[in-house]
Design a protein around this ligand. Structure first.
Ligand code: FAD
Length: 459
């Protein structure tokens, strides 16, 4: 029986990185992938989604160009042409990931792998069994659906958004997390009549409240209908389109109904319970700071641990584990101040605490905030504001959070994240010279807090 130092189950963002670094550190590494190497991010997530968002934003460019002297031009959009280009790009990345693993010396096994006992891995449907000193669960997550929803078979999840043969005329997006907001924005950008349905009181639950409200109105100004505090009851087939009926009695006609209602870890049916791995009530593998599960020799990283479900986090966890196991590293991944974006139209970038979470944790806060039309949008006559917000600990002057809505917000926040991590103060921002004329200069020129919170000292 072949023996490995590390057997990785799942060739997505985290698994690929862990396997490659472990092999470079001298370990004998096997990796099983049941689908395509690259995982959610590369094949059916971040990458094709962001490329779609780029495509959807051209509508604004064409419209705004007229104010800058360009003649109005006829623009057609060809969904098939975009899909074909996306497929080619995904193929290219898939091949590059595979090459990276192979050149590092990782043995790749196509197929579904399960744990078959302590230190044992089996490939389902084959006679292949392996011994592994260490097993890494990097199986990611899958989109949630409402199992008992009548007409569920008529709905799709994010994975099918990348395989649509034709662009729908009308789409209903159910959900209000970042994936729902991104696809609603993208579809509306392509001219699809878009409705967003969410059972909660506002979109983007974990984001700063001002950002949520501004995004809500920006999406509505772009023609997206947002329905809150209502939920899907049944998806019927109407004469021409699907008819989504809601608890509150609405009937929404759509060619596609996209369920974007969160994701759950892939922990079922892979032998975890059988070997005693602790799974939390949300179905995630419980791990310690070095990503070790409750069973020594079995580790888990990325979405399957449901810590922070983002690609760079999965990659960092995988890299860190490979260095810990095979290069003696002791540093743990720091899960604080992870920047996060919503690649909607407009875009959101965020890092650190929101005003609401900061209020729970700090007795004295200054909130700096400004909202204005960018120079470009003002000139083009586009009704859209940039929102910049800084959360500052008034006792230490430290920057606790930064939230931006507007073009290139994600790029800006990646840079602000460095300052937040380094412990920058509001004074550091004030002392930084502005770069004019930019949107981002407002980050270093806001002087008066919009709000001050001072918690009364306990008697
Ligand atoms: P995955 O990348 O999902 O990889 C898991 C792999 O394991 C899969 O390839 C799966 O086929 C395989 N697998 C599962 N079970 C088995 C088994 N038993 N045997 C063999 N193989 C198995 N994150 C960002 O940072 N930025 C974004 O913009 C962003 N956009 C997203 C957009 C969408 C639509 C979605 C759905 C997610 C997005 N994410 C984004 C999240 C990001 O994709 C995930 O956090 C990331 O892919 C997690 O990596 P992972 O290695 O944990 O899992």
């Amino acid at each position: 029986m072949t023996a490995f130092d590390l057997f990785v189950i799942g060739g997505g963002s985290g698994g690929v990185r862990a396997a490659r670094i472990a092999a470079r550190n001298g370990a004998r590494v096997g990796l099983a992938e049941q689908d395509r190497i690259g995982g959610t991010c590369v094949i059916r997530g971040c990458v094709p989604k962001k490329l779609m968002a780029f495509a959807a934003r051209f509508r604004d460019e064409f419209e705004d160009s007229v104010a800058f002297g360009w003649s109005p031009a006829e623009h057609g959009f060809d969904w098939r042409a975009l899909s074909d280009s996306l497929d080619r790009e995904v193929d290219r990345l898939n091949a590059a990931y595979r090459r990276g693993l192979e050149s590092a010396g990782v043995t790749i096994f196509p197929g579904r792998a399960v744990i078959d006992g302590p230190g044992q891995v089996r490939l389902v449907g084959t006679d292949s069994r392996f011994e592994a000193k260490n097993i890494l669960i990097a199986t990611g997550s899958h989109p949630n659906v409402v199992r008992d929803l009548p007409g569920l078979e008529r709905a799709i999840t994010s994975e099918a958004m990348f395989r649509l043969d034709t662009l729908p005329d009308r789409i209903l997006v159910v959900g209000a997390g970042f994936v729902a907001i991104e696809f609603a924005s993208i579809m509306a950008g392509f001219g699809v009549a878009t409705t967003l349905l969410h059972r909660g009181g506002e979109i983007l639950r974990t984001f700063d409240n001002d950002i949520r409200a501004e995004m809500h109105s920006a999406m509505e100004r772009r023609g997206i209908e947002i329905i809150l505090e209502d939920q899907l009851k049944v998806i019927d087939k109407g004469p021409a389109r699907l008819l989504a009926r809601t608890e509150a009695g609405r009937s929404i006609a759509a060619d596609q109904v996209l369920l974007a209602i969160g994701r759950s870890p892939n922990t079922r049916g892979i032998g975890l319970e059988e070997v005693g791995v602790d799974i939390d009530p949300d179905g995630a593998v419980r791990v310690d700071g070095h990503s070790q599960s409750s069973v020594p020799g079995i580790y888990a990283i990325g979405d399957v641990t449901n810590r922070i479900n983002l690609t760079p986090v999965a990659i960092r966890e995988g890299h860190s584990l490979a260095d810990h196991l095979f290069a003696g590293a002791t540093t743990m991944v720091d899960h604080r101040n992870v920047p996060h974006a919503v690649f909607g139209i407009p875009e959101i970038g965020t890092v650190g605490l929101t005003e609401e979470t900061a209020r729970d944790q700090y007795p004295a806060l200054d909130i700096f905030q400004t909202s204005f039309p960018s120079m470009r949008h003002q000139f083009a006559g586009r009704d859209e504001n940039v929102l910049l917000k800084l959360i500052v600990d008034a006792d230490t002057d430290r920057l606790l959070g930064c939230h931006i809505l507007g073009s290139n917000a994600a790029e800006l926040v990646q840079l602000v994240a460095i300052a937040v991590r380094m412990g920058a103060t509001k004074g550091d921002l004030d002392a930084t010279m502005a770069l004019h004329p930019t949107v981002a200069e407002e980050l270093v020129t806001m002087r008066e807090p919009k709000k001050r919170y001072r918690r009364a000292a306990a008697e």
